[in-house]
Design a protein around this ligand. Sequence first.
Ligand code: MRU
Length: 348
Amino acid sequence: MDMMNVTWNAAVDKVVILDQTKLPGRVEYVELATAEDVYQAIFKLKVRGAPAIGICAAFSMYVLALAMPQEEYGDFSREFSRTKEYIASSRPTAVNLRWALERMEKVVTAHPSSPIQEICKMLKEEADAIQREDIEMCRRIAQYGLSLVKDGDGILTHCNAGPLATSRYGTALGPVFLGKERGIDLKVFADETRPLLQGARLTSYELQKGGIDVTLICDNMASMVMKNGWVQACFVGCDRVAANGDTANKIGTSGVAILAHHYKIPFYVLGPSSTIDLDCPTGADIPIELRAPQEIKEQFYSQPMALPETKCYNPAFDVTDHSLITAIVTDRGIFRAPYTESLQKMRS
Ligand code: MRU
């Protein structure tokens, strides 16, 4: 279950990621040596999932810091901030990326009189802490999530919020993996998740490998499996939760929530407290990443499926209105409406 999606190779001082664009066909690891490598790995979704990109960015900032000017603090910190902003611009929606980068930058700004080598050591410790905390947060989310379901229940999930997207258990898939350990069997329906197929390529892959009963469906089959009575709860991840509970997650998530509401199926968002952005008042304030038309028209097809001149709209995320969310399950507990109050209390 530990997918080793992001690791730091001590022998060469490089970040090593599992290239998720190659799954499920090939398990390939790539080294990230430059800021451009890191930007491209995140932008091209070689590493993806909100917590995983934060962890990757944190380790990368440490590795890149080793090659920054080591004599003058001013030169070092300017270069550090410039690189941090560049990497933060690779994907705008998941708040964990900026959150992790800002934690790393605080290490630099808090120690203006320390030798740079000392600061680099602290940066490594901070990156380790971010990863360690994510493992612990996922474990707690899994426990809280498991309390919401019972043996034999069917769970519908969208995109991938499992070990590949996080650390160890994952968030939305955490209760499923923890349930398996405890003899509580959950059956998962995985939306394939157009256009980049994270559900087909990653979720069904990691659940299958974990010995979980998983059934892959096309996104437009979710209504049918719900109508058939096969789904007792929806578990989805999140890229950013606004202060009022509105939640950005992979495109298509809000459609699942609307269906769940229609069929009276509880719809749960599971994510670490680091994904809750109290500085973002509502979903309308969440930046939504737009991606290339080629992902809709060509990617994964052996030949283009639309004319080159056909216009496409390809938002990578949508926002699920807080009114459709039964509860938000975090490492700090299960939060229910009114979210403006409950999420505020979570942070205090
Ligand atoms: O574009 P992706 O694959 O990075 O999108 C990922 C998702 O939407 C996940 O559901 C989200 O990041 C939560 S990961 C625990």
